[in-house]
Design a protein around this ligand. Structure first.
Ligand code: C2E
Ligand code: MG
Ligand code: MG
Length: 565
């Protein structure tokens, strides 16, 4: 307990004048609180934001109750009691006020008790300043929660405290928040954020703390290592939101996603934790939204690797497609057993990761939109190569894969037709392969592409048939020329009678409506012998050759034609 300073304080009127001068030099509100007389003087500009009866009033205790957030009143009263009783001489609290628009405003209030010797009875006076924490971005004025800056400060504090070993971060984001603002207005958007903040406050444990990050995201910083608890909190918050929506008469609709990260204080810094929780939430959204995702190091490393690969892919695209190479896998006629063409399959080589398979980099190209320039490069390269090989084998056919992204997000059909024209390749020797997922959710751009390709005699194949749900009748409507049966399907048929018979029927039906069939992924003589009986038109698989670069393809499959010609 320190000693109280005694001064000869100027009169109240002069004090107000001095305060007015200082108030022009700071955003803070300066105040004088006579604890014994319950008299309060504060910078006049506070009246712009808070509903006080004036900047100089008595019965301060009762009046302040009207602006202080009710939940914080007991703590404030207790602190003031200590000042009045002389138990403490300094006041330093962060708590909430409610402004004229009933919004919560976090304030930091600091002051020192002095004794005014000019008064007959030496009264205790608290002199200090109030600042809005929100304006320094330590708190969020829409929800009343602490903001990210405070999260960082608290994290550092807990990290330094030896008694805190582990923590869990539950990071919550509103799904499609932008849409909510656009559709229902900003006010609804704010109400949604407030609602979530309240729900989080309701579920949190005593030692947990809630924060509002920029945009539509929140963090619950939990003590301990109970990840399941975080998951339960997320589910409870969802239930509370749903109940609230019911009470409100279903005026709006929104869902929330959550990323959950368990961590130890000694192995994590705030930046890392921020990155982890950001990633965890993005995974929940990627998994379809309205769900939670629990962080794992392995997933994160894969994600970081994905980002690095994406950088390398972008670099390659901007440097003449360096590192990309088109490989070719033979497609064989099942009657003559001769090579009739090849499927162009993309490869990417990076010094750090070696030769990458399309399973790794095609999704990254698609996500980043890089599939559009790369896809164009693939069909041009493959067509150019095919023209060279057609000099040896005029009927040589080239199969090229097209991604759904190329179809929907670029005018790929114009690009294809322009390239066919410029290169002078016979259109009927070119075939484009689509996967079922692309076809199923087809829209106008898919229909236009198929129409233009059909009109120009360019062929169309449905790739990986058997992994989705397309019906043959539907495919006939789309005028698909070739069905490619996936290895997942054909390999089962070798050991399973049901699949074997099913494939047999598919081949018969496809033929009856004028479609050809290619079996993919034939690896062994045994597979070939058995499946050959089902009379497919073409076979593609390691048995006849793995995908290889153009030079190897030429040596293995085409050189013999050179000798003959
Ligand atoms: P896909 O179009 O179905 O290509 C056939 C895949 O099966 C190729 O894998 C090929 O190497 C593999 N394969 C062929 N025969 C056998 C076999 O006997 N056994 C086994 N186990 N596998 C066999 P790859 O080259 O890894 O390509 C994977 C997928 O990546 C392709 O499947 C295709 O969907 C996609 N892809 C490849 N290149 C491109 C491209 O240029 N553009 C687009 N959009 N996608 C591509
Ligand atoms: Mg394919
Ligand atoms: Mg396939």
């Amino acid at each position: 307990m320190g000693k109280t300073t005694s001064i000869n304080l100027v009169g109240r009127d002069e004090f107000e004048v001095i305060m007015g001068v200082f108030a022009r030099c700071t955003d803070d509100y300066l105040f004088l609180f006579d604890l014994d007389k319950d008299e309060y003087i504060i910078s006049e500009k506070i009246l712009e934001k808070f509903d006080l009866p004036g900047n100089h009033f008595f019965h301060a205790g009762t009046i302040l109750e009207k602006v202080v957030y009710p939940e914080d009143m007991p703590e404030l009263s207790a602190d003031l009691e200590k000042l009045k009783s002389g138990m403490s001489q300094e006041h330093n609290m962060e708590y909430r006020w409610v402004d004229r628009e009933y919004k919560i405003v976090w304030i930091s209030c600091r002051g020192v008790v002095i004794q005014d010797r000019t008064q007959e009875q030496k009264t205790k006076i608290l002199i200090g300043r109030i600042s809005e924490i929100g304006s320094k971005r330590k708190a969020d004025n829409v929800t009343g929660l602490f903001a990210e800056r405070q999260l960082l400060l608290d994290f550092e504090k807990l990290k330094a405290d030896e008694s805190y070993k582990n923590g869990v971060v539950l990071r919550i984001g509103v799904d499609n928040f932008k849409e909510i603002n656009e559709r229902y207005g900003m006010e609804t958007g704010d109400a949604v954020l407030k609602m979530i903040a309240q729900c989080m406050e309701l579920v949190r444990g005593e030692k947990d703390r809630c924060y509002k990050l920029d945009g539509d995201e929140f963090v619950l910083l939990m003590e301990g290592d109970n990840i399941q608890k975080a998951r339960e909190h997320y589910h409870t918050i969802r239930i509370l939101i749903e109940e609230h929506r019911k009470v409100q008469g279903y005026r709006n609709f929104y869902t929330i996603s959550a990323g959950i990260v368990g961590f130890s204080y000694d192995k994590t810094d705030s930046e890392k934790l921020h990155g982890y929780s950001e990633f965890a939430l993005s995974m929940a959204k990627k998994n379809g939204k309205n769900c939670s995702y629990i962080f794992t190091e392995e997933d994160y490393e894969e994600y970081v690797k994905g980002i690095k690969i994406q950088e390398k892919l972008r670099y390659a695209v901007n440097h003449g497609f360096l590192g990309f190479e088109v490989y070719y896998q033979p497609i064989v006629s099942s009657t003559t057993r001769e090579v009739v063409g090849a499927e162009a399959l993309l490869r990417f080589y990076s010094r750090e990761y070696g030769m990458l398979s399309p399973g790794v980099f095609i999704p990254i190209l698609e996500e980043s939109g890089l599939i559009i320039p790369v896809g164009e490069w693939v069909y041009q390269t493959a067509m150019r190569q095919s023209i060279i090989w057609q000099r040896l084998m005029p009927e040589f056919r080239i199969n090229i894969n097209l991604s759904f992204i190329q179809i929907c997000k670029s005018d790929v059909v114009s690009g294809i037709m322009a390239s066919i024209g410029e290169l002078g390749i016979e259109p009927s020797t070119v075939l484009f392969e689509f996967t079922e997922s692309g076809m199923i959710s087809y829209d106008d751009s898919v229909q236009r592409l198929l129409d233009v390709l059909n009109e120009n005699r360019v062929k169309i194949a449905l790739d990986d048939f058997g992994t989705g749900y397309s019906s043959l009748a539907y495919l006939q409507n789309l005028r698909v020329n070739l069905l490619k049966l996936d290895r997942g399907f054909t390999s089962k048929a070798v050991v399973n009678d049901f699949d074997y018979n099913l494939i047999g029927h598919i081949v018969t039906m496809a033929h009856s409506i004028g479609m050809k069939v290619c079996f993919e992924g034939i690896e062994t003589e045994e597979e070939l012998q058995k499946l050959q009986k089902l009379e497919p038109d073409y076979i593609q698989g390691y048995y006849y050759g793995k995908p290889v670069n153009s030079e190897s393809f030429y040596h293995s499959h085409l050189r013999k034609f050179e000798k003959a010609s």
